[in-house]
Write a protein that binds this ligand. Structure first.
Ligand code: CP
Length: 309
């Protein structure tokens, strides 16, 4: 009878919904150590990690690459524009091909919901698949880095925190992962604000205070999590114009004054400056946008170490 060791068991990070609060907390504590300069240059020595992105990315792909390099891994970058997928090779055959080469860590982004989980189901023992964003479903490391950024600014006890997520929640995997993490960590009040056409009508927003008025939604919050307006929503008729959207849901300095003193502003990037956020807010003293980027490297080191170290 074949035996399965702890090392052989598939250990993936596909979403935050299944991750208990204690596990999230442990990853955030380790990420905080990396953010403060802890080193683990041999943690992934000899391990091959591939960033397998079927969708564009700047922050996620490069911070995963940097994180894996800092842990001593061999890092391969799959470029969909020059790969044999352009000749019709399927995503699964691509995955199996890389697995046969000895890749043990796959960091995968895909436009289709569930596509990363489908590849994980084909993983051999000892291979880890990390979801770097699938469709509108999950972006777990973004959720973790956002929680780390919140903790650094507001402390570990989220029970008194008021957080508002603003914008296109309906199509946002970032928002879904943030909502899972905020609930798991016991956030006191979660507000969600956006036009009705851009808010989900399923149970995604269970327990959230939903509003279509940004001024009201900002009152007294400790953190504002802005989302990128995906421009194709205009073509779909969900948003009348970028100017209209900015007037109703753009975060300006004047609006931000409604938040609690010391409130922080977050945005996963890439930002549409002048649409969902003004330059003055994006580059202002309350912005944590670049802290989020820096935390992305630390969080991804913690996750890679936990799954492959
Ligand atoms: N936040 C985020 O996922 O950014 P990228 O698309 O640049 O990776």
């Amino acid at each position: 009878m074949p035996t399965t060791t702890a090392r052989d068991r598939p250990r993936h990070l596909l979403d935050l919904a299944a991750l208990p609060a204690a596990r999230i907390d442990a990853l955030l504590c380790r990420a905080q150590q990396f953010a403060e300069g802890a080193q683990a240059p041999a943690a992934l020595a000899g391990v091959a990690v591939c960033t397998l992105f079927f969708e564009p990315s700047t922050r996620t792909r490069l911070s995963f690459q940097l994180a894996a390099q800092r842990l001593g891994a061999h890092v391969l970058n799959f470029d969909a524009s020059t790969a044999s997928t352009t000749k019709g090779e399927t995503d699964l055959d691509t995955f199996r091909t890389l697995q046969a080469m000895g890749v043990r860590g796959f960091v995968v982004r895909h436009k289709a919901d569930g596509a990363v989980a489908a590849l994980a189901a084909a993983a051999q023992p000892g291979v880890a698949v990390l979801n770097a964003g699938d469709g509108r479903s999950h972006h777990p490391t973004q959720g973790l880095l956002d929680m780390l950024t919140l903790r650094q600014a507001k402390g570990e006890d989220f029970s008194r925190l008021k957080v508002v997520i603003v914008g296109d929640v309906k199509h946002s995997r970032v928002a879904r992962s943030d909502l899972h993490a905020l609930r798991a960590l016991g956030c006191g009040e979660i507000r969600v604000c956006g036009p009705a056409a851009l808010l989900p009508d399923d149970d995604t927003l269970a327990g959230c205070a939903v509003s279509h008025d940004l001024d009201t939604a900002l009152d007294g919050v400790d953190a504002v999590m802005m989302l990128r307006l995906q421009r194709e929503r205009m073509a779909e008729g969900l948003v009348a114009s970028l100017d209209d959207y900015h007037r109703a849901y753009g975060l300006t300095e004047a609006r931000l004054r409604r938040a609690a003193p010391g409130a922080i502003v977050m945005h996963p990037g890439p930002m549409n400056r002048g649409v969902e956020i003004t330059d003055a807010v994006a580059d202002g003293p309350q912005s944590r946008v670049l802290v989020q980027v820096a935390n992305g490297v630390a969080v991804r080191m913690a996750v890679l170490e936990a799954l492959l170290g």
